[in-house]
Design a protein around this ligand. Structure first.
Ligand code: C2E
Ligand code: CA
Ligand code: CA
Length: 589
């Protein structure tokens, strides 16, 4: 064969990654190979390298230390490029190496013998090398022995890699193998597929729970049972392949799917449940994320990411099967980055600020209180309204951190205003999570005392009536807040849950009528009847009543006629920065 006919097959990047990672058992064996070889040939040192198209990494060395190097500055590149041994009897006599830093500098290499480490499929992964600091020759017998040892080392590494590309518990190929297959042109030629599915049989939280309660050995058995059952129910054709990504999470490489294929697969997955039911009493919630494999492949990792994205969407929407959709994917990715940015904004106090909306008395329209509302000036996107970022942190511990931020900044501002003679009480918006925190009231009290403020200067507004009612701890905390002089308002009344019987159980000072209740008062007489009676009844029950979202004079007049105590809305004042508010208040003094 002519030299030019040799077509070097590069090792897939994921395999390089697996090989470069240290593995004590493998590396001990390889080190013994090197010790044996160097002592057999009376050489001082040796090493084993792995090459990709940019870098030479040395995975094991004996009596020589070798850092990763760009491929083009190495001896080994010649071995991998030709897939043949390269013997350099005297480096100073070889134009390729005579000026090499390891020749002219430390350790002064004068002899190099590099053997290709080639796998059965023709890929040369790297080299098996012995080196000396004096020039020398290799006899034909020595070269033959060295070649033989290198072949042994290749077989050993190849078998090790097979194991590394297999999930040992189930015996299925693992994620690294999947990535290799997706990027392997010969695999695609043999098994043309254009769908990848990620099948989640056990979610991460569920697998954690099983491991915690039943132990990892039981989890392993369960996962093994599931993989066996999956193989049985899926009835894979020759060109379909099942992989194990993590405990209870599989990938299926498959031919293109028609809607009826999908239906069949779905039925098979439902059968899996029944199939396992004798042995397993755990309720499996199976979700599938599917993506098309479009050629040429961008990257195996990207295909897998798309299938994971489809799975996320399926799980989120409680659908059994999700198909990758770029718009959903982009939105979720944006949310993810936004959430990261928000975490930083809160923790580093960057870009967040409060605006203040006056609450006015009726009928005079005089400011009597303020509501603090959060704003976020994102470094790239500009001002983001709370409605776009608060849902991302709802029910997470970040919400509690955000409330802390709001409390601290609101108190600082109130103290500053008190110094300036502006004494309007303000309320902040809080969530049920905040009320569930230990000593919420006590800490709020301590902070107010530290700032020299009376508790009456601060109030809280809460939504989520149902959640308030569901927890006696939360109701107790509200009681405590009022006992300590903080005012408590119920936000968005009339927008959702409004069972008056239950309302009485929540300790409250003020009820804020939602904007949706106030809108269209002028146009709809029946609505006026409702609002008039709601206001009267709430007042008879002893609450102060505030109408939110008043945008025009006629609405203001109507609710004022109905004896509503206070109002808030663009008609009176939009939310304002502290500076703007001070200017606005000037006209009332
Ligand atoms: P919310 O507590 O019901 O606040 C009233 C919302 O209506 C505010 O929107 C306010 O700017 C807006 N608004 C006031 N008057 C009018 C009006 O006349 N017409 C219209 N169309 N809108 C008016 P914003 O500031 O975008 O806040 C939205 C929601 O985000 C708030 O609703 C509140 O639930 C939440 N939020 C805002 N700041 C915070 C905060 O610091 N912490 C928490 N936990 N939630 C907050
Ligand atoms: Ca509010
Ligand atoms: Ca509201």
């Amino acid at each position: 064969m002519l030299e030019s006919d040799v077509k070097t097959r590069a090792l897939p990047p994921d395999e390089v990654g697996v090989l470069v990672r240290q593995d004590k058992t493998r590396d001990d064996v390889l080190r013994h190979f090197l010790q044996l070889t160097t002592s057999l040939f009376h050489m001082p040192a040796g090493y084993i390298s792995v090459l990709d198209d940019k870098t030479r990494n040395v995975i094991v060395s004996h009596q020589i230390s070798m850092a990763p190097k760009p491929r083009q500055f190495t001896f080994c590149q010649y071995v991998v490029d030709t897939q043949k041994p390269v013997i350099v009897p005297d480096t100073l006599q070889d134009a390729r190496f005579c000026e090499h830093p390891m020749v002219v500098g430390d350790p002064g290499l004068r002899f190099y013998a590099g053997m290709p480490l080639t796998f059965k499929n023709g890929c040369t992964m790297g080299t098996y090398c012995v080196v000396d600091t004096v020039p020398r020759d290799l006899t034909c017998d020595e070269l033959a022995s060295l070649t033989f040892i290198a072949e042994l080392v290749s077989s050993f590494i190849e078998s090790w890699l097979d194991v590394a590309l297999t999930d040992l518990n189930s015996g299925l190929p693992n994620m690294h193998q999947l990535i290799n297959d997706l990027q392997d042109e010969s695999f695609a030629e043999e098994c043309p597929g254009n769908s990848l599915m990620v099948i989640e049989c056990i979610g991460v939280t569920q697998s954690d729970d099983i491991a915690r309660v039943m132990g990892t050995s039981r989890l392993n058995t369960l996962v093994r049972d599931i993989s066996q059952a999956l193989l049985q129910v899926l009835q894979l054709s020759r060109c379909e392949k099942l992989y194990m990504l993590s405990a209870g999470r599989f990938a299926l490489y498959s031919k293109p799917l028609t809607p009826s294929d999908r239906q069949r697969r779905e039925q098979q997955l439902m059968a899996l449940q029944a199939h396992l039911s004798d042995a397993v009493t755990i309720d499996l919630k199976i979700y599938v994320g599917e993506t098309a494999i479009t050629l040429p492949i961008c990257s195996g990792h990207e295909i897998l990411r798309q299938a994971e994205s489809a799975l996320y969407e399926a799980r989120h929407n409680r659908l059994r099967w999700g198909i990758y959709n770029q718009d959903d994917d982009c939105r979720r990715n944006e949310d993810f980055y936004l959430l990261n940015d928000l975490t930083e904004a809160i923790r580093k106090d960057r870009g967040l600020y409060l605006v203040w909306q006056p609450k006015v008395s009726l009928p005079a329209g005089q400011p009597v209180a303020l509501e603090a509302l959060i704003r976020w000036n994102h470094p790239e996107r500009g001002i983001i309204p709370p409605g776009s970022f608060l849902p991302l942190i709802e029910n997470t511990s970040l919400m509690v951190e955000l409330t802390d931020w709001v409390i601290d900044h609101a108190i600082t501002q109130l103290a500053e205003w008190e110094q300036k003679g502006i004494a309007l009480p303000a309320s902040i918006n809080i969530s049920v999570l905040d009320l569930k925190r230990e000593n919420f009231t006590q800490r709020l009290h301590d902070k107010m005392a530290l700032a020299g403020l009376d508790n009456g200067m601060l109030g809280v507004e809460c939504l989520e009536t149902e959640k308030l009612l569901a927890s006696s701890q939360v109701l107790e905390e509200l009681r405590l807040l009022r006992q300590n002089g903080f005012s408590v308002s119920l936000d968005d009344f009339g927008a959702g849950y409004s069972n008056l019987n239950y309302l009485l159980r929540i300790p409250l000072d003020t009820i804020k009528l939602d904007k949706s209740l106030i809108d269209d008062l002028l146009k709809e007489p029946s609505r006026r009847v409702i609002v008039r009676n709601v206001i009267r009844m709430l007042k008879e029950l002893g609450y102060r009543v505030l109408a939110e979202g008043v945008e025009d004079e006629s609405t203001a007049r109507i609710i004022s006629d109905y004896a509503c105590d206070e109002a808030q809305g663009y008609y009176f004042a939009r939310p304002k920065t502290a500076e703007q508010l001070e200017a606005w208040l000037d006209k009332w003094i």
